[in-house]
Design a protein around this ligand. Structure first.
Ligand SMILES: [Cu+2]
Length: 208
């Protein structure tokens, strides 16, 4: 659900250029080493090229972030999240608003803004951004936001999908019977309908 708009953002010149790139200041991740990628780096200076063309080679380097509140203070405020949840009457509009599908001219969605608030390497690389631990905090909030939206009309909103089948947008309309194959990450191949509830199927969690 989250990938297409992000890709669109990554392939477009950013309206904001951060002034500094830094190694992390003291924190649990100060010495964290990143291994995969880069595939589509967005930082300057760019990390060294990966020894393999697919980005899967070992390429040890320091985790870097390029944190700024420029985007989060405009597009990822509490009021933006409240508006997203309250004003999205369909899943398609929820997704498009969350992604900022209108492009930079119409502002950013909370999803894109969160990613560019972290930025850096690998956080600013579409293909390897999950290797920054902060990615999971951001996507946990994305999931929480979706779950709150879903709970506003639970029965109806756990039996729907919207959007096309291509990761970059487009493709034929998705179906609840389309398959989700996560490759080496998960052995089982699920249907989307198995994954649209946080308490049924393989998931069992709620947000407080
Ligand atoms: Cu994301």
């Amino acid at each position: 659900m989250s990938r297409p708009a992000r890709s669109r953002s990554m392939s477009t010149s950013l309206p904001y250029k951060h002034a500094m790139q830094r190694i992390l200041t003291p924190s649990p991740f100060t010495s964290m080493v990143v291994h995969l990628g880069p595939v589509s780096p967005s930082v300057d200076p760019a990390p060294p090229a990966n020894p393999r063309s697919d980005g899967y080679g070992d390429n040890p380097r320091c985790l870097r972030r390029d944190i700024s509140n420029q985007l989060s203070s405009k597009y990822a405020r509490t009021q933006d999240i409240v508006s997203l949840i309250s004003n999205s009457k369909t899943l398609a509009s929820f997704q498009d608003t969350m992604q900022g599908a209108g492009g930079f001219g119409g502002g950013m969605g909370v999803h894109s803004a969160g990613h560019f608030t972290i930025a850096g390497d690998p956080g600013g690389d579409f293909y390897t951004s999950p290797n920054d631990p902060a990615f999971w905090l951001h996507h946990g909030m994305i999931d929480r936001t979706w779950t709150i939206w879903q709970s506003q009309d639970l029965a109806a909103r756990t039996t729907i999908v919207a959007g096309g089948t291509n990761m970059m947008g487009g493709g034929r309309q998705q179906s609840l019977d389309d398959l989700v194959d996560l490759g080496v990450v998960v052995d089982k191949v699920y249907k989307i309908r198995d994954l649209v509830s946080v308490v049924d199927g393989p998931f069992c969690y709620v947000y407080e």
